[in-house]
Design a protein around this ligand. Sequence first.
Ligand code: B12
Length: 290
Amino acid sequence: MADFASRLRVLRTGRALRQRDLAESLGIAQTTVANYERKVRFPDEPTLLRIADYFGVSLDYLMGRGESETRPLEGLARSYFDLLRGGDRSGALALAEGAAARGLGVAEIYLRVLTPALWELGRLWAEGHIDVGEEHFFTESTQLIMSQLYPRLAASARPRRGLRCVGFSVWGESHVLGGRMVMDLLEMDGWDTSFLGGNLSIRHALRELHRQPPDVLVLSASLHQHVSAAEDLIRTVRNERELESTRILVGGQAFSSTPGLWRDIGADATAPDAEQAMLEAGRLVDRSRA
Ligand code: B12
């Protein structure tokens, strides 16, 4: 039976947050979070409510009541999650395509259906309810579903704006779906995009960047241990004369959980999600043209 301490730890790691990050967001000390998770302390009522609101869960859930699977994932995201959890790829595809046919935009589907479902997957995986095979099936199916949505995305894209971006996940980083979502939304916003997947070395990245220097370089990292690879790459890019007008946008869970980290490693901007990334990329080019 789960309790408050274990629920808190699972919710935190499910969002890829360090104790320090959560403490900062809640306005409490890191040691307080550590003590909650070690069952040494228990929060007062206002803090308990803040924690529940922060993670979007009920107090019942936070206190360990109910099955862990009953954490509220809203509407379509819940159905999508349940279908893939049950091994029904074509059902999940039909759900996504049905939602798109009824007018839900691809960006909405990415951000309000696929992303929360994937985050929930990570939470259950960290909690030991899902094994690697199930996770791989879920992720592969989601990549396929994104590809099936692509024609709709391309059809609703703005006219090309003469802007170009190259994006990938940094050296060592295998999480690629977030970066791919960012690049897809940029394409929808009229950018010419090249998405290069994950785990790209500096040497290969540079070769690609020199082929046709982009207006914006989009770098994604989910794990903190890969931030130094982003930093190395940024340093290298900054030393290339041909790339001096390329602006660098970084993001992913490694950055969203640590405010200010993007600036510390020399990037030009960050954003918490793919929609904001699209807006931020636009601002970066506007600023550099002004
Ligand atoms: C699927 C998955 C995998 C797959 C990835 C497959 C693939 N093709 O991408 C595989 C199996 C490879 C994998 C491996 C691992 N994983 Co994993 N994985 C996940 C999972 C379940 C989903 C990832 C995902 O697609 N999320 C959905 C996307 C859309 O969200 P996102 O990446 O945050 O992107 C959004 C924003 O961050 C932002 N964004 C993303 N990129 C960018 C870039 C820019 C420029 C901007 C502005 C914004 C931006 O926009 C996106 C959409 O709005 C997550 C759970 C989670 N919370 O995400 C765990 C998770 C990320 N994995 C985790 C771990 C621990 C691992 C492994 C270390 C496991 C292991 N022991 O081997 C390895 C590491 C592999 C590596 N070297 O990179 C942990 C990380 C915890 C941490 N920070 O320390 C998580 C959080 C699971 C958990 N709860 O513990 N994983």
